[in-house]
Ligand binder design. Structure first.
Ligand code: PLP
Length: 411
């Protein structure tokens, strides 16, 4: 069994050209996957194939290249709809990424429907991109933000969430999986509770898409946003799922070409969804290559991804915990392959720089979750976030490198 798995990971690694290089004279170990994942050849090939063969602007052209580009772009929409199990293909809007998806909902839904005193619930685990858009909306509408607290394992306190909910709650926006701690949140339960008080829900699935199957009908979320680049796809593209009824009720997010039916100087009528929310020439090539990332994940399958990443996390827990001065952050019962930590007496940035000198890429700092770092009363952590192509051998090298760093600093 373990041989079969390691052979497959070996094969998977071959698909990622960037992994096969030395950094600072050492084989690259890439543990910064929660920030962005590396891209398999299929994604790189899809990008260059598109530019070499099909490049044209979409939807309006009648020539062959325009038709090919349009159909490749719309094929990704169909694949994305299947990937998240949306009821209709038109419920998928292409965005720049998770951040834009959340801002779109805050502005196009929140600004239209929220009144002074209405409440938005977020959590203490949120990325800044699921905090700041709601603060902007608060300034614009007079709405109030409430925050679901966490326990010291980095899990949401669901009883406290229940207390926050009321008839005033209009939006509940939480992440599926925390980028800083790896906590997997019980989103189905959170959504059901929000719906009981008539609130709409937005799930930030940026960290879910690479690790965890997404079923928007199964969890019954109203909106869900994610980014291609964290799931082995290109940067600058992502998707927002929204229920048709809600998308149709919303104002446009931006005005311009593509999102209109008719324009006169007196009046404009808007296009149908999803085009109503895709003003201007989109990031066509990256949307096209996004499909290759979806195909890549589907070809591996989440059960293999889950099994392998769980093995990595267990191994990390085994080899990293006995490093002198180690303090891990985030011990949720349900978590993905993220190991966030500090080592007593050494600044996270110093650890990050020493690791880089050994060819190991990790992220250090607040990970765009400053309120979470404040909760732990720390400035930041070192975060090793593992992906499908990482190995237990890499974790052993990582542990040895950390031990070396501790020795150097203790001298
Ligand atoms: N939400 C979470 C949980 C994230 O981890 C990230 C990125 O790290 C984002 C949102 C923002 O994603 P993007 O920068 O791709 O828009």
């Amino acid at each position: 069994m373990s041989t079969a798995v390691s052979t497959s990971v070996e094969q998977i690694r071959k698909e990622f050209p960037v992994l096969h290089q030395e950094v600072n004279g050492k084989p690259l170990i890439y543990f910064d996957n929660a920030a962005t994942a590396q891209k398999p050849k299929a994604v790189l090939d899809a990008l260059s194939y598109y530019y070499e063969h099909d490049n044209a602007n979409i939807h309006r052209g009648i020539h062959t290249l325009a038709e090919r580009a349009t159909s490749a772009y719309e094929d990704t929409r169909k694949a994305t709809s299947r990937f998240v199990n949306s009821n209709e293909v038109e419920e998928i809007i292409f965005t720049k990424g998770t951040t834009e998806g959340i801002n779109l909902v805050a502005q196009a839904y929140g600004r239209k429907f929220l009144k002074p005193g209405d409440e938005i619930i977020i959590s203490h685990l949120e990325h800044h991109s699921n905090i700041v858009p709601w603060q902007i909306l608060r300034e614009q509408t007079g709405a109030v933000i409430k925050v679901i607290p966490i326990n010291d394992k980095g899990e949401l306190i669901i009883d406290a969430y229940r207390e926050l909910l009321s008839g005033k709650t209009k939006i509940v926006a939480v992440n599926y999986i925390s980028n800083s701690l790896g906590t997997v949140n019980p989103v189905k339960e959170i959504i059901a509770m929000a719906h009981e008080v008539g609130a709409v829900t937005l799930i930030d699935a940026a960290q879910a898409a690479p690790h965890h199957p997404i079923d928007v009908q199964g969890i019954d979320c109203d909106f869900l946003a994610f980014s291609a680049h964290k799931m082995y796809g290109p940067t600058g593209v992502g998707a927002l799922y929204g229920k048709r009824r809600l998308l149709e009720s919303m104002d446009p997010y931006q005005g311009g070409g593509e999102m209109i039916k008719d324009v006169t100087f007196e009046k404009t009528t808007y296009n149908e969804i999803p085009y109503k929310f895709e003003a201007g020439t989109p990031n066509i090539a990256d949307v096209v290559a996004f499909k290759a990332a979806i195909d890549f994940i589907e070809s591996i399958g989440y059960s293999f991804i889950h099994e392998h990443e769980e093995r990595l996390l267990n191994h990390a827990n085994k080899v990293l915990m006995d490093i002198p001065g180690m303090t891990p952050f985030g011990q949720a019962r349900e978590k993905t392959s993220v190991f966030s930590f500090n080592i007593e007496g050494i600044h996270p940035f110093d650890i990050g720089m020493w690791l880089d000198a050994k060819g190991i890429a990790v992220r250090t700092g607040h990970h765009c979750t400053q309120p979470l770092m404040d909760w732990f009363k720390i400035e930041g952590t070192v975060r090793a976030s593992m992906a499908i192509y990482n190995t237990t051998d890499e974790l052993d090298t990582f542990a040895a490198a950390l031990k070396d760093i501790v020795k150097k600093f203790k001298k």
